[in-house]
Design a protein around this ligand. Structure first.
Ligand code: PLP
Length: 449
């Protein structure tokens, strides 16, 4: 039976982000159960999940309160839509809570199902907003090299990861790219962090001037780049980006899909990095990954400009069958109540202090470790061939993938993005489990060196 499920998956499942021929050869890792911060495969092997799945299971993998609530909501109202003025009780509950937590003044919430859809929604809103204001030529979106904003056509176009473009010969869709703000990798020899930040801001100003501010609708940015390698910007970067964009009448869209809901030590990443966006996208942690729900959160100034002109420019023709689905909304609303009870930002700071302390004490001197970085309870470990010169490994060696496999052999799940190891654990982890996680990574690094 176990083998037959595995072989059925091999026969019929086209996996996400996977080489099909490798998948046929290696077969799937069938995850059958979740227990607290552990997941178990079909053979009963337990893995400590250091990534919350895909940066999302903030409450771990079993929560009776959420399971019971989902069942009760399914009995009460299993499905309904929110088109043409319809809504439902859990939907009203979750949008109110999101607006209460949001740092954007007068937030309105547009519900969708995934982070990619939330980013698509923000882009369409940015276009619609400019059409409403009589500035239809403002269409371009500034993104950044190394960014990840999802897998829909627009999400992939916004992203700055080459493999998301090249495999599809993706059209540019009016996206232009600023630099990746990574001091460790991109600073010039002897450049201070302040000088590096000045250079990034000068480059942004030059990009805007050469494209023409009157052709640019918005800039999208993750406060900490996730899939691009857990990259935190220089201290002053975002306040200065905000100033440049405001001066040029360009909206700032914060992609909070990874950073939202406590991850960086505040409710939202924009708070950690000192800026207020015009809109933000949220997903993943919004439901702790228990249900597919996401949202675009919209500042009052954007909302009012649109609402004032809707009779003239037409209905906002956008939305999904499952936008505001009652079961997903009920689960997300309860997750937010649990986060508030736990004071999740404080928990992230406490566990993060422990995580970074343990990483520093255990692997900072390892010959393969170039940089340990991140914020709150989110860390990235850059693996290098030579620490003194910061020389990367030959990509053909696939060192990060090897470390990921060795972590699994030590019963720990992490994620490698090239040669960066990322760690984004559930907030219900104990300090001793954080220690177990770091010890697993250290053992994997020793195996790989
Ligand atoms: N934005 C960021 C920063 C992400 O990390 C992701 C997914 O990992 C997305 C957007 C896309 O989210 P989804 O996979 O839910 O569409």
């Amino acid at each position: 039976m176990l083998n037959s499920l595995r072989s059925r998956d091999m026969a019929y499942h086209f996996h996400s982000q996977t080489n099909p021929r490798r998948q046929e050869a290696d077969g799937p890792l069938m995850i059958s159960r979740g227990e607290g911060c552990y997941v178990l495969d079909e053979l009963g092997n337990r893995y400590l999940e250091g990534m919350g799945g895909l940066w999302c299971a903030s409450l771990g993998f079993e929560n009776d309160r959420l399971a019971e609530l989902a069942a009760a909501q399914m009995k009460k109202l299993a499905t309904y839509h929110t088109f043409n003025h319809r809504s439902n009780d859990p939907c009203a509950d979750v949008v109110e809570q999101i607006a209460e937590l949001s740092p954007i003044p007068g937030s309105r919430v547009f519900l969708v199902n995934s982070g990619s859809e939330a980013n698509d929604t923000m882009v369409k809103l940015a276009w619609y907003y400019n059409i409403a204001r009589g500035k239809p030529s403002k269409r371009k979106i500034i993104s950044r090299k190394g960014a990840f904003h999802g897998s829909t056509v627009m999400g992939a176009a916004l992203g700055g990861l080459p493999h998301m473009h090249e495999s599809f010969n993706l059209p540019s869709l009016n996206v232009v790219y600023a630099g990746k703000p990574h001091f460790y990798k991109n600073a010039l020899p002897d450049e201070t962090e302040e000088a590096y930040c000045n250079r990034l801001i000068d480059d942004l100003e030059t990009l805007i001037a050469s494209e023409g501010a009157d052709t640019i609708a918005a800039m999208i940015a993750e406060p900490i780049m996730g899939a691009g390698g857990v990259v935190s910007p220089p201290a002053d970067y975002f306040p200065r980006v905000r100033e440049v964009l405001t001066r040029n009448d360009i909206l700032l869209l914060s992609d909070e899909v990874v950073c939202g809901f406590g991850r960086s030590g505040n409710w939202f990443g924009c708070e950690t990095f000192g800026f207020v966006p015009d809109m933000m996208s949220i997903a993943k942690g919004l439901s702790s990954g228990y249900m597919p729900i996401a949202a675009a959160v919209i500042g009052d100034h954007v909302y009012q400009a649109i609402a004032d002109e809707a009779d003239r420019i037409g209905v906002f023709g956008h939305g999904f069958t499952y936008s505001g689905h009652p079961v997903t909304a009920a689960v997300a609303a309860e997750v937010l109540r649990i986060y508030r009870e736990m004071d999740i930002p404080a928990r992230a700071r406490e566990l993060g202090g422990h995580l970074f302390g343990k990483l520093e004490a255990t692997i900072a001197d390892h010959p393969m470790v170039g940089e340990i970085r991140g914020a709150g309870f989110l860390a990235g470990i850059e693996l290098v061939a030579d620490r003194s010169t910061r020389t990367p490994f030959d990509p053909a060696l696939k060192v990060g993938a090897l470390v990921e496999r060795r972590c699994r052999a030590h019963s720990v799940m992490i994620r490698n993005m090239g040669d960066v190891i990322s760690v984004c654990p559930p907030f219900v982890m104990t300090k001793s489990q954080v220690g177990e996680l770091v010890d697993g990574i250290a053992a994997a690094l020793d195996d790989a060196s």
